[in-house]
Design a protein around this ligand. Sequence first.
Ligand code: SF4
Ligand code: SF4
Length: 336
Amino acid sequence: MSSVLSTSRLRRLPLVTLYLTERCNSRCVTCDYWRHGRLDASLDFIQRLIPSLSSLSTRVALISGGEPLLNAQWHEIASLLKGAGIKPWLLTSGLSLAKHAERASQLFDAITVSLDGTNARTYQAIRGLDAFDKVCEGIRAAVSAGSKVGVRVTLQRANYKELPLFVDLARRLGVNHISFLAVDVANPHAFGRTDDFSSDLALSTEDLPVFGDSIAKLEADRAADFESRFIAESPAKLRRLQQYFAAVQGRAPYPAVRCNAPEFSAVVGVKGAVQPCFFIAGQGAAANEGDLESVLNLPAMMELRDTIRAGRRPECVSCVCSLYRDPDNVDELLLP
Ligand code: SF4
Ligand code: SF4
């Protein structure tokens, strides 16, 4: 297989992220989508994208937003993708998953649910809603319906002490795996933020050794869960999260980033705006007519990828979502 990294021009796009809506039914403190989001992607628009996705050999579509299940056409969109040989992977808050579990399980090859607390109080403090039980009900329903379900936890000051409890909860819910990432406090433009963003979401200096001890204990107590990848991150990766928070507090450099996400994936907004990744805007490039391949290969987009590849984008230094895939095995490693 030829490398997808060999030139600036993208000829293959194994993974695409599609935002189905900018609306959301969560009220996360980290995010502005629920405050400002109004727009949905249309079935027509996704239909127009299909020939380009086929030509780019897209294998997996991460269906995101906002909350994608708020788009009234989510099932038609997922069916359309599936019919084109593209595996849809749902990223959801899980708030309406109980209602949609049967149909979602038939349509999505994987479902990832964001779950930021192990009890109603923590969940509400972070997600802004008294919906912990509802989300757990949705996860159980999707598991019962046969879905491959993963739980994703955004670690932050309000929940990091629950680290081992998250693993227990994930076991009780019957999911396939649990993964952790750090709350993003460094990028002012992620999550639809329109104002300057500052808060005390990050771990404080006093929290850092407590978090470190918690990771060490998890490593000792849950060796089998790391080994089986039930906990998706290795202990070393969890320690990178600790270093990230140390960097936020000015106590360490940010962990070194290795990322080639823009070489094998792209993010497409509800109206066609194309980004090389979640955190970096695409300089106005838009695939309104579904012409994703030509948009990805506009001189400005190729130049942008060159800049990212050369390590000249400041967003990459403090990125919480860097992603590296072996270019010769990208396809096999896309779904969680
Ligand atoms: S972080 Fe996600 S789930 Fe939370 S409000 Fe924003 S889009 Fe919704
Ligand atoms: S490191 Fe982060 S900001 Fe940089 S290209 Fe990768 S995903 Fe985007």
